[in-house]
Design a protein. Structure first.
Length: 265
């Protein structure tokens, strides 16, 4: 089986689900298996990138690669455990709620819950694939550390959605629910580690760029000019940040109203 290139990883989830739709398993099980497949592909690809980085990098580049890819590996391991534990909990929920019927009938009776579960599962699978692409770009020097942080937070949000969907119909005393909650905390901790590693590596990279620059040798005029240039740059970035926050807020409001109208039909 050919392992997908970075650009193809996003197709793992959809390909798996589409190629197995002929099976008699309920659709949710196929999506769950597809999520697991995407997470496993992502973990394997991260390992490949790390092996390559160790062979071809040194110094700061090697250190950045080790920190970033190591934290991403831990995050994928945590996500994998969450997928497994949520699958066990979901099986328990369905078995308990069938009441003499079939699993398919159970899902039809609870179609909104099922759709929420499928949506969360798909988001987790896509998040894992996106993390690989982003991590690869960051390590190769063509990506942004901020993008890695955003992607990590998106994965955490997707897994939280998966947990929330599972909890709705779970017995509060279920041992499987306890495992899901524990796995969810591990994902949150691993996400925090990726963000921390990203910030540390960003500082390392910036510091390496400053090596060789001796500000003590600049004249008073040069220092003043540089000071003003930096202030202008900071102002530009602050303005850009305000504009992007406004755009994000507007997009979320529009999406929220769209979802409300869709669900109300």
């Amino acid at each position: 089986h050919r392992r997908p290139r970075n650009g193809d990883l996003h197709e793992v989830f959809d390909d798996y689900a589409e190629n197995n739709l002929h099976r008699t398993s309920p659709k949710d099980i196929l999506y769950r298996m597809a999520t697991a497949a995407a997470v496993n592909e992502a973990a394997a690809r991260i390992q490949e990138i790390q092996n390559s980085n160790r062979q071809h990098s040194s110094g700061i580049e090697l250190e950045v690669g080790e920190r970033i890819l190591g934290s991403c590996t831990d995050l994928m391991a945590a996500v994998r455990e969450l997928v497994i534990s949520s699958a066990q909990l979901q099986k328990e929920i369905v078995t308990t709620g069938q009441v003499g019927g079939t699993a398919t009938e159970f899902y039809k009776r609870h179609s909104r819950w099922t759709e929420g579960l499928l949506s969360a599962a798909k988001a987790v699978g896509w998040g894992a694939s996106t993390l690989v692409t982003t991590a690869d770009e960051v390590v190769s020097g063509s990506g942004k550390f901020e993008q890695l942080e955003v992607t990590s937070h998106e994965i955490a949000a997707s897994t939280a959605q998966l947990v929330a969907a599972s909890r709705v119909k779970a017995n509060k005393d279920s041992s499987n629910l306890g495992k899901v909650m524990g796995a969810s905390k591990s994902v949150a901790n691993a996400t925090a580690s990726v963000v921390a590693a990203s910030k540390q590596c960003m500082e390392l990279t910036e510091e390496s760029k400053l090596v060789g620059v001796d500000y003590s040798q600049l004249s008073a005029v040069q220092v003043k000019r540089l000071d003003m240039e930096m202030q202008v740059k900071i102002k530009e970035l602050e303005n850009d940040l305000t504009k992007e926050r406004q755009r994000l807020s507007k997009m979320r409001k529009m999406h929220y109203h769209f979802d409300e109208n869709s669900n109300g039909r």
